[in-house]
Structures are given as structure tokens and as C-alpha cells.
Write a protein that binds this ligand. Structure first.
Ligand code: HEC
Ligand code: HEC
Length: 436
């Protein structure tokens, strides 16, 4: 192997650059990628490592309650929450497709206007949906239940379904106390819907993926204190091509300007100007979402929140609609991105190759005059560079969450039944919720 292509600049803990040649004398490098990582890149890559468990959610007292997660698991797979009894959350968030549907635009009772986001690792985000219309995972859940094009139900119907399904009712009442009288309406009905949402969120918080091949590579070089492309040879499955892609991603490709941190997302909103798809018109995105969020009773600062005065609540109260939010969408989490085609808010791109071609050429991009992100300029990637970036994106697929949480809990083997809730004393959670 020619020594010339083995150059890899190695960074000390203090961020100081050390000549690779010196290091190679001490310990010959077996790498073949020819990648040289600068100190700033190494810092960025270090911040992109595996995130660990999702941050706590102070707005949801049952966020990490196992019983709530079990109830949420049943609800997530329950088509009884829809008006025609045929559509569950899992219809669009199919575990076999990375908790998405594989469609450009979602299909519920009618064809929708947005691409389905994955629920995998969603618990790490701060704003939910493409436009951040919700500011908590539990606050998001009522949206699809009552959306006329998605599940088309009403709050009263959804609560009725829980009341009429013994295993759901028992489990609900064990955690939250008695369901409101039928028909569930007003504040009591909303509280029940919020509790259903909080249980579903407790379930979704279990849908976090394990480390990807990229994470294992990062973990290994953190242990050694130095990134070496020799670390990508077997048994490591982070390829030389993925390493070159990572190099571009964190340097000239400028992807790191928005896709940063362990989720590879800044969690913020940007208007990239991808042209609308088919017969759809341009989507206002964040601009339309901010007023909706501020008015929602299910917001983090609202009456159903367990901590309306907390950080997340304050954040929403200070949001102001701005013209530059028009057409802006949340930077997607890129973990597991290889599982969730098609891409962009209207499913504009069928493959990762097409996404990278968009960034490379900006072909078909709509100019949004002064709203247009100045950072988006043509990258002119070569075919090899594009392939390397795609290889890197493919290295971000993590291990599936535990099989017990991924399967449909209503599909039972012969002789199996869903256990009723254990009879236990009301917990502080139930008491706290009831007194709200
Ligand atoms: C008809 C298809 C469909 C159904 C049914 C559906 N979803 Fe979704 N889901 C979507 C689409 C589309 C989006 C993106 C919506 C948007 O940005 O406006 C989404 C977004 C989400 C998100 C946000 C993820 C993120 O990263 O921000 C969560 C969480 C979620 N759905 C959970 C659920 C739950 C829970 C249910 C059942 C109560 C459900 N969905 C039912 C299609 C669906
Ligand atoms: C200015 C911020 C910004 C920069 C820079 C940026 N992205 Fe994005 N990225 C976004 C936003 C916002 C979206 C969603 C856009 C939409 O739906 O209209 C997105 C979408 C994506 C998607 C699709 C994900 C999905 O689930 O649909 C991929 C893949 C992606 N970007 C990769 C990259 C790569 C690779 C680069 C560098 C070449 C890059 N991005 C540069 C903000 C950015």
C-alpha cells in the first residue's frame, strides 16, 4: 500500500494538530482513505457521536413510566382510534419501514400533503413535525387522531374507544384515574386526549435506535484519543468511502452548518427552496406553524403541561412569527435516514442520491428572494464525492429498538392474551394529574 495515501492528520486532546508523518513512524497507519481531518472537523465529528437516551420531558409526568409506555404501545397499533377503524399510527409509521410508510406523501383517509417523518429517535427533538407545529411529543399525538385526512376521528370518539376496550380502559384508569363521562368534551375531554398522548409519547420514547457503524467508529477513536482511518477496516464496518463522505460533510460540503450534533440536526428551521411536488403548492412551513402552536391547548406552556413554566414552555411564549420563516422546515434528524425514503417535506426526492444531487446542483430550486438561505450554494460534488456522502449517510443506521417494543402488541400467539393492568395503589402520577 503506497505510503503517500496514508496521510491522516491526528488531533491531540487539546485540539492541537500533529503531523501524521510523525505518528506513522511511531505506529504505521493502515488507512486507505487519504482523508485529512482538521481540528475543527474533529470537534464537529466528536459532537456527532451517539446521543444516549432522550432528554427528560418535564411536561409529561409519565414520560418514563413503563405502564404508560405499555398503554401507548397498544394505542399506537390500534386502528380503533380512527373514524373508519382501519388506520392506526403504525399504518403510516410502519416498524418494517423505519417507522415511516415509504410514500412520498402520506396516505390516511385521504392523500396528505407532507412526507411521513419517522418516529425513531423523535424523542430527542425539541420541535415536532416538519414545521415544528408541536413542542412536545405528547402534544403531537392528538394531531393525526383528529386530522380529517389522517385518522379523521374526534376527541370524544377516541376517548369512547378507550372506554369500550377493557384492556385500554383498565390501563388508562390505573395510571390517570377515571375517564371523563361520555361524551368526553371540554376541558375533561381534552385532558383525556392529553393523557392518551402522554402514554403514546412514553411509548415513542422507547423507540430509540442503538449505535450505528458511524457511532462505533467514533466511540473507538474516542477510546484511543485519535481518529484513524485504520479503524474502519474490519471488524469495523465504517468504510473508507463513508469516511471520505464524513470529511466532505464536515468541511467543504457545509452540511454541518445545519446537520450538527448527535442527531445531525440543529433542530431549527431553514428554507432550502426545494420545488413543490406534483400538483402541490408551496408549503408555508414554519411561518404558518408558529401561530398554531402558540394557540394550542396542548403546548408545553398550556394547561395540560406538567411544567408550563419550564424551559420548553418559555421558549414557545417567546416565539414570534417572522417573514423569513416562510417555507422553512426543521432540519431533519439524519439518523436512520437510509430507512426513510422518500425525502424532504413533500417527498421531493426518491433516494439519497437525488438529495445529494440537489445540494450539488441546486437544480429546480425555487428562489425565495430575500428569504432564501444564503448558505445554500451549489456544491458541485463529483460523482465520487456524491457516492461518498451517500455512503456516510448510510452508515448512520442504528440498531433497531428492542423487538418487544417494535412488534404489534395486538398480534398474539396461540393461547396468549394481553394482560389486564395489575391492581396497584394509585401512584403519585395519577394523583398529580387528577389534581391539575
Ligand atoms: C396518515 C398517516 C399518518 C398517521 C395515521 C399518523 N401519522 Fe404521524 N406523521 C405523519 C406525517 C405525514 C408526519 C409529518 C407531519 C407534518 O409535518 O405535518 C408525521 C409526524 C409524526 C411525528 C413527528 C416526528 C418528528 O420527528 O417530528 C410523530 C411523533 C408522529 N407522527 C406520531 C404519530 C402518532 C402517535 C400517530 C397516531 C396517533 C400518528 N403519527 C399517525 C403521518 C401519519
Ligand atoms: C441550511 C441548512 C442545511 C444545510 C447546509 C444542509 N441541510 Fe440537509 N436539510 C435541511 C433541511 C431544512 C431539510 C428539509 C428540507 C425540506 O424538507 O424542504 C434537509 C433535508 C436533508 C435530507 C433529507 C432528510 C429526510 O429525512 O427527508 C438529507 C439526506 C440531507 N438534508 C442531507 C444534507 C447533506 C448531505 C448536506 C450537505 C451537502 C446538507 N443536508 C446540507 C437543512 C440543511
Amino acid at each position: 500500500m503506497p505510503a503517500a495515501i496514508c496521510t491522516l492528520l491526528i488531533c491531540c486532546k487539546g485540539g492541537e494538530r500533529v503531523d501524521a508523518a510523525k505518528q506513522q513512524r511511531a505506529q504505521p497507519d493502515r488507512g486507505t482513505s487519504g482523508v485529512e481531518l482538521g481540528a475543527a472537523q474533529i470537534e464537529r465529528i466528536n459532537e456527532m457521536g451517539y446521543p444516549g437516551p432522550p432528554p427528560p420531558d418535564e411536561t409529561n409526568l409519565v414520560a418514563d413510566d413503563l405502564r404508560a409506555a405499555q398503554l401507548g404501545h397498544l394505542l399506537f397499533f390500534d386502528a380503533g382510534l380512527s373514524s373508519n377503524g382501519k388506520i392506526s399510527c403504525a399504518t403510516c409509521h410502519d416498524p418494517d419501514r423505519g417507522f415511516t410508510d415509504g410514500l412520498a406523501l402520506n396516505q390516511g383517509l385521504e392523500r396528505g400533503r407532507r412526507n411521513t417523518l419517522s418516529v425513531l429517535d423523535a424523542a430527542h427533538m425539541r420541535w415536532f413535525n416538519w414545521d415544528g407545529r408541536f413542542d412536545s411529543l405528547w402534544g403531537q399525538s392528538h394531531g393525526p387522531i383528529s386530522h380529517p385526512r389522517e385518522m379523521g376521528s374526534s376527541f370524544a370518539q377516541a376517548v369512547e374507544h378507550v372506554r369500550e376496550t377493557p384492556v385500554l380502559r383498565e390501563r388508562y384508569e390505573q395510571i390517570f384515574g377515571a375517564l371523563p363521562a361520555a361524551p368526553a368534551a371540554g376541558l375533561a375531554g381534552e385532558t383525556a386526549i392529553a393523557n392518551i398522548g402522554k402514554s403514546i409519547a412514553a411509548y415513542e420514547r422507547r423507540l430509540v435506535t442503538g449505535p450505528s457503524s458511524f457511532d462505533r467508529w467514533v466511540a473507538r477513536w474516542r477510546e484511543r484519543g485519535t481518529p484513524r482511518d485504520a479503524d474502519s477496516v474490519p471488524p469495523m464496518d465504517f468504510s473508507a468511502s463513508a469516511l471520505r463522505g464524513l470529511d466532505l460533510f464536515t468541511s467543504r460540503g457545509l452540511c454541518w452548518q445545519c446537520h450538527v450534533g448527535p442527531l445531525l440536526s440543529d433542530g431549527e428551521f431553514h428554507a432550502l427552496g426545494a420545488a413543490p411536488r406534483n400538483d402541490l403548492i408551496a408549503d408555508g412551513g414554519r411561518f404558518e406553524a408558529v401561530p398554531q402552536l402558540k394557540a394550542s391547548p396542548f403546548r408545553a406552556a398550556g394547561v395540560h403541561s406538567a411544567n408550563p413554566q419550564g424551559e420548553q414552555g418559555k421558549l414557545v411564549e417567546s416565539l414570534v412569527p417572522q417573514p423569513d420563516q416562510w417555507g422553512a422546515f426543521r432540519t431533519p434528524n439524519l439518523r436512520n435516514v437510509a430507512l426513510t425514503a422518500p425525502y424532504f417535506h413533500q417527498g421531493q426526492f426518491a433516494t439519497l442520491e437525488e438529495v445529494v444531487a440537489f445540494y450539488s446542483t441546486l437544480e429546480g430550486a425555487v428562489t425565495m428572494d430575500h428569504h432564501r438561505e444564503s448558505v445554500l450554494r451549489r456544491r458541485d460534488f463529483s460523482p465520487e464525492e456524491s457516492a461518498d456522502i451517500v455512503a456516510f449517510l448510510r452508515s448512520l443506521t442504528g440498531e433497531s429498538p428492542p423487538a418487544d417494543w417494535v412488534r404489534d402488541p395486538w398480534q398474539l400467539g396461540p393461547g396468549q392474551s394481553i394482560p389486564m393492568a395489575e391492581v396497584v395503589k394509585p401512584t403519585p402520577v395519577a394523583e398529580a394529574q387528577k389534581s391539575q
